[in-house]
Design a protein around this ligand. Structure first.
Ligand SMILES: NC(=O)CC(=O)C(=O)O
Length: 268
């Protein structure tokens, strides 16, 4: 299976963000991707005050990427967007996955919210405006089980254990807007750890660069194999990176180094 990670610099202009996302999906399709993944908050990454009215799953955002998937005949993981939430003050941070016909194949709401205060570096209280999801979600894509997650989820290995062991995922997807300060030291280590410990491919699409207000994202979108080898890493710019997932290699790694099968403790 050929996968693409689309690295974006979304800002406060929703229409412009979607136009760039569409052009990256076109590049991914031209490169022969079966599945293309966009980053967290592909719709909008700007000041809270300027956030366009949050939409339902079948709103314009969903329709836009359903059309893209159908027109490009490619599976599209539409990063995440601000889904209308349970009350006026809260959205969900939601991923949508569309099949080649543009049919909705999966919906995942970010479970772990980024409430972090690192003085002078990072100040973010995601729970002030986002309601967390509470369900791990996997989707069948081209005969493979793909486990869904979003950004800060990456720090919670129990989610990925569930996706790999309970759901049987062979591919783990991570749309992200990882901060520069934390990303420098943690992004690659965490992605490769999740790949190695769960013996899965990890496909991670990130935001890159400056976003209002005072937010800089790390980028370095990455595709990692189940051995922990980095198959593709994006340069520090908006663009598309592609890799082929050798699913036979996944079987070989799991057979030769059966750490998933050797687990001794149950997964809830
Ligand atoms: N932005 C996030 O949700 C996560 C992040 O930047 C981090 O975990 O660090």
């Amino acid at each position: 299976m050929r996968v693409a990670v689309c690295q974006l610099n979304a800002r406060d202009d929703r229409a412009a963000n979607l136009a760039v996302a569409r052009s990256l999906l076109e590049r991914a399709a031209a490169a022969g991707a079966d599945l293309a993944v966009l980053p967290e908050f592909t719709d909008y990454l700007g000041r809270a005050a300027g956030l366009p009215k949050p939409e339902p799953i079948d709103g314009e955002y969903g329709q836009f990427f359903a059309d893209a998937a159908r027109e490009l005949s490619m599976w599209v993981h539409a990063g995440s967007f601000h889904e209308a939430g349970p009350d006026a003050a809260h959205t969900y941070n939601t991923s949508l996955v569309f099949d080649r016909e543009g049919a909705l194949a999966g919906v995942y709401r970010k479970i772990h919210l980024y409430d972090v205060e690192i003085p002078g570096r990072v100040s973010y209280l995601e729970s002030a405006s986002v309601t967390p999801g509470d369900q791990p979600v996997s989707v069948r894509v081209e005969g493979q089980t793909v486990g869904l997650s979003i950004c800060y989820d990456l720090r919670f290995p129990e989610l990925y254990r569930h996706l790999a062991v309970v759901d049987g995922a062979s591919i783990l997807v991570v749309p992200a807007a990882f901060m520069l300060h934390t990303g420098r030291d943690h992004w690659e280590v965490l992605l490769r750890a999740r790949a190695i410990e769960n013996q899965c491919f990890v496909v991670a699409a990130g935001q890159i660069g400056d976003h209002e207000p005072n937010r800089t994202c790390f980028g370095r979108s990455m595709i990692v194999d189940p051995w922990g080898t980095v198959l593709a890493q994006a340069p520090d710019q908006v663009g598309v990176s592609v890799a082929d997932l050798d699913l036979d290699r996944l079987g070989t790694i799991r057979a030769e180094l059966p750490s998933l099968a050797n687990r001794r403790l149950p997964v809830s």
